[in-house]
Design a protein around this ligand. Structure first.
Ligand SMILES: [Zn+2]
Length: 451
């Protein structure tokens, strides 16, 4: 199968037309979901070209799907298994929701009927390796390639139309590796990480799965949700999740791969970055280290092996440290903070190059006084380090700066640092007050100090 992957991609590009043509732009609203007036439905379908965007999901990559505010893509991993996957399928059908499933090859071999049900229901089917090893980050590339291709072959074997399988792949445990990503990109296969989780591989209640899914969705405003259809707790939580999503104005989006006749949905490059959806979601406005990694795991019971055959139980604690990934550019660095900063005034240059003003410039006609009686400009509200301003102003008052002129020194009187650094930031960008005010943002502070 390894040698045939290129052919598989090309042939699927052509033969997928029958399945995916016509899906783009379709919308299944609640009104179109007979017998289920409260269904959330599927708002729209977007078509993506894996070659243009080979890695998506802000948990690990700079790009994610080009979703609008309040749009959600549902993904389910590790199936199919007869009971729980079937229950998930029924809930999705009752809501006229289309999702993306990442199948494990062994599961597909054991339950080919489950694969056929997914295809018949019109869901997007990606793959998730053959045996779900949690070693993709360190196994030899040849072994990873075999896992990938065997998984595709196993999912394909269940179907009469093998091109139904989409060129979408999720790395087991999200244990990414550059060699694996490069191989997949070379095959035209898109790597899917996620934007947020619901920790449903842990031994938590369905209510907790619901809470985490909604809390994290509300924090982001949109995104790719990673769930597991093999988990009973997920199957139990899903109806309530969809109900809450509808009540809070969220829309479900299906994603399908581009084909020759069904090209990618037009987007701008910026659409693939995570854009804060609105001013009403302030938490999303700050680039920060994602909190999904170890969130609440210290209070959870360890999952039992019997929970699942191919667990994501080691999903994140053993994944590559984010700091290391960030250093290689896999995770975007925090952006420059938006607060105003002191301009970098070069006093020496100004002193040497500015012409001496003519005396006439300081002569004011007597009838012009009225024009100067204007209301002073309003004070601009200052952030949390405002209290630092007087201290710096007093420290700077009375000091002098010197400019080099040849071998001698020209004296320039009373340059006031407080004016040059209105928010307590010293000219070099360091601000002890700011650092003290933001102890929970070490990355941002570190970035500040580099300037
Ligand atoms: Zn998995």
């Amino acid at each position: 199968m390894i040698g045939n992957v290129g052919l598989w991609i090309r042939s699927s590009t052509v033969l997928c037309l029958g399945l995916f043509t016509g899906l783009a732009g379709q919308s299944v609203q609640a009104a179109d979901c007979p017998g289920h007036p409260d269904a959330i439905g599927t708002e729209r379908t977007i078509v993506v070209d894996p070659r243009e965007h080979p890695r998506i999901g802000t948990m690990q990559y700079p790009e994610t799907l080009p979703l609008r505010d309040h749009e959600v893509v549902l993904t389910f991993d590790d199936g199919p298994i007869p009971r729980n996957s079937d229950q998930v399928l029924k809930t999705l059908a009752d809501n006229c929701v289309k999702a993306t499933f990442f199948l494990v090859g062994e599961q597909a071999r054991a339950n080919p009927e489950g694969v056929r049900k997914l295809a018949a229901a019109g869901h997007t089917i990606g793959t998730h390796s053959q045996t779900h090893p949690l070693t993709f980050n360190k196994m030899p590339i040849e072994q990873a390639e075999k896992q990938i291709n065997d998984g595709i072959a196993s999912a394909t074997a269940a179907l009469t139309d093998p091109t139904v399988i989409a060129p979408f792949f999720r790395v087991p445990g999200l244990l990414r590796a550059e060699g694996v990503e490069e191989y997949l990109a070379g095959q035209g296969i898109q790597v899917w990480s996620a934007d947020f989780l619901a920790d449903d591989w842990h031994r938590i209640s369905p209510a907790r799965v619901f809470d985490l899914a909604m809390k994290r969705l509300e924090a982001r405003g949109k995104g790719i949700l990673l769930l597991h259809d093999i988990q009973a707790r997920t199957a139990a939580a899903l109806p309530k999740i969809l109900q809450a999503m509808k009540a809070r104005g969220y829309k479900i989006v299906q994603v399908v791969p581009a084909t020759l006749q069904d090209p990618a949905t037009p987007t701008d490059p910026q659409d693939w970055k995570f854009n804060p959806p609105s001013e009403s979601v302030p938490i999303a406005r700050w680039p920060k280290v994602p909190e999904f990694v170890f969130a609440e795991t210290d209070t959870l019971a360890a999952p039992a092996l019997s929970d699942f055959n191919s667990p994501d139980g080691k999903l994140l604690p053993s994944s590559e440290p984010l700091a290391r990934a960030r250093n290689r550019g896999a995770v975007p660095l925090p952006q420059e903070p938006p607060w105003p900063r002191a301009p970098d005034i070069t006093v020496q240059t100004a002193a040497l190059t500015l012409p001496v003003p003519a005396e006439a410039l300081f002569t004011v006609p007597e009838d012009a006084h009225a024009a100067f009686r204007v209301t002073p400009p309003p004070r601009v509200a200052v952030a949390d380090d405002d209290e630092d301003r007087p201290k710096r102003a007093s420290r700077g008052r009375g000091s002098h700066r010197y400019a080099e002129r040849g071998r001698g020194r020209a004296r320039i009187a009373h340059v006031a640092p407080a004016r040059r650094a209105p928010h307590g930031a010293a000219p070099n960008g360091k601000s002890a007050a700011h650092a003290a005010a933001t102890p929970k943002r070490p990355v941002r502070v570190a970035a500040l100090k580099k300037r």
